[in-house]
Design a protein around this ligand. Sequence first.
Ligand code: AMP
Ligand code: MG
Length: 338
Amino acid sequence: MKIPALALTIIAILGSSCAKPPPPRTEFVMGTVCTINLGNKGTEKLYDEAFARLRELDALLSANSETGNVAEINAAAGQGPVRLADETLTVLSEALAFSEATDGAFDPTIGPLVKLWGIGSGNERVPAPEAIDRALALTGYRKVSLDRGTRTVFLRDRGMRIDLGAIAKGYAADEIARLLSDRGITSGIVDLGGNILVMGDKAPGKPWTVGIRDPRTSGGNPIVSLQASSASLVTSGIYERFFVENGKHYHHILNPATGYPADNELLSVTILSTKSIQADALSTSVFLLGTERGLELISKFPGTEAIFIDRGLGIRTSKGLRGRVRILDPGFTLHDDD
Ligand code: AMP
Ligand code: MG
């Protein structure tokens, strides 16, 4: 059969419009705004799969999910061991390793304090000192018995509560990158609420440019940029989740020694690593430890780098980033000579 020329033209136009890749996809998952951008290699199916996996991980690992593995562990605190999904075993083991590495500054049993402060929940307020003491008595990573043989975990005291909020997004970003890479994707961005993972280069031989936001406001403008390929950049700072009471600022990274938000010279710290789980755990850990002890900590993790922004608007970097960061806002000063 002979197809008229006009019909062929229409088929050609339809054909090319169907082939147009969908735009990057943004959804609210893991308590934050997540965007995946696969450029012209993106398909609806890939985005569907990636977000389905994110929702699955969120349900499994969130302390606030009704039915997940972490919720189950918390419900059984003081009563009995709970069997761990592969994902929970990986994330919890890694979290406990960071507790050891930071002398307990990073502590996944921070849950009772996180719940008490309620930062970001809409019910936040400064708790009574007695309530802080009671929550502090229910924290402590040494009271977690993780049995790799039986793949179970037991929280020693009733009322204990695991919270993986400082590490789960990093793990999820690695998982999504792995899923996409298994589907043949070599370039793209996974942004889980500012927990950034860039896959490959932006274009062959051209790295991605990643910005660090002004840490003095939520969603501030980028003030520093750097180029990165196949890497994750994760920031922990005082303006990500916070509230103000009687003129005082209270943020969401809690010091398990005091029960109050970590208070040091830092506004934010950004960690660069090939593994997002490491970047995420380290960003929170280093923020808790401060610049000097933080630099010591990252020196134990080869390939990781840090960018510190302090309250005096000074910016310091670890040695591997010397000469690699660009300051975009003249209000900030780079001190990379010491
Ligand atoms: P991030 O934004 O990755 O630094 O993680 C902050 C989140 O980690 C908080 O919202 C809490 O859920 C949790 N968190 C707070 N303090 C600690 C801590 N000392 N150790 C581990 N997790 C914490
Ligand atoms: Mg973190």
